[in-house]
Design a protein around this ligand. Sequence first.
Ligand code: PMP
Length: 418
Amino acid sequence: MNKAETSVTTNSSVYDVEKIRSDFPILQTKVHGKPLVYLDNAATSQKPVSVIRKAEEYYSKMNSNIHRGVHALSQVSTEAYEGARIKIKKFINALGKNEIIFTRGTTESINLVAQSYGRANFNEGDEVIISEMEHHSNIVPWQMICEEKGAKLKIIPINDNGEIIFEEYEKLINEKTKFVSIVYASNSLGTVNPVKQIIDLAHQYNIPVLVDAAQAVNHLPIDVQDLHCDFLAFSGHKIYGPTGIGVLYGKVNLLDKMPPYQGGGDMISTVTFEKTTYNELPHKFEAGTPNIGGAIGLGEAIDYVQKIGIENIAAHEKELLDYATEAVTEIPSLKIIGTAKDKVSVLSFVLDDIHPHDIGTMLDFEGVAIRTGHHCTQPVMDRFGIPATSRASFAMYNTKEEIDILIKGLKKIIEVFG
Ligand code: PMP
């Protein structure tokens, strides 16, 4: 591979994609005898060697339960766990580390807010606003709590490009609205939403806003103070960290007033059979032994991302998305689903009459991993009148050469299907 072709000049440095690739051992894998072309990053990203080593280091040198131990290992693991919290606080520019709650991932973070904030604050006739492009994990938790409380879910529609129709949002919001929960970047369309404007409008009505940043945190710089979001959720595994660990950011004044989500060890201050008092933030929301190794691994992943620079990653991914978007114009039967002006590196498409499942299976024989299906966004599929799409999603380690292999594979499939 020609290095000059795979390096892009960014604002501050030369982006050395080959060097980055060498940090990800799995990229050396062969699939069906072909080099792996991993384009399923929106589902989960691969892990750099530093994150893999950190897991090994944790279990071979630090493993011990946190917070409650006086012995040396417990102190080491507590320090590393709390150290990861501080890294995340800085990464998203939270005001304090007590605003960072470790969860299992975006899904659990959203469920926590729905079950805790929602149960305490929603009443009969109240309304919660989400959009038509939400992932199921930003639909179902709200449906569940709305059903329980007799509240209503209101949906911001999207246009044919897969963009939120802001005027419709303006029409939906009113004094009955009690909460807005919105995806920052869509996993099935790639659309980046104007979350700052969405938040500003909600705040004019004193309505809190949760931002689902599962597909944003790995592509865009995030500053929760600049966004003014009340809650923000993301998953470690989408940002080159381990699975089973995620984050809920919440403003301290809201988190303080919210009841605990789960009961158990570590979230309490005192327990008697008559009465339990709760621990301070963030521990009030971290019942039981958490994913200690996962949190430490996530801290390491964030170090890695910061070393490369999220702006540099974004510039590289934009170049890949532009290249792929242009390249698929060579295939007249291919239609892109999701043509918003502002997108993260997600390319969803349908090919006349060829089922996405067949596309995914045949590409797999070429070593190319993409995702096919509804991508946990069935309402998006309904909006476009399709059952599924094929989705290629690009990460910091992908190259234009890999996109060429994808395009070649697609052309071959079209030939086979005649
Ligand atoms: N929201 C969006 C936009 C997502 O892409 C995903 C994962 N595909 C989720 C939420 C849920 O994330 P997790 O499964 O890691 O909890």
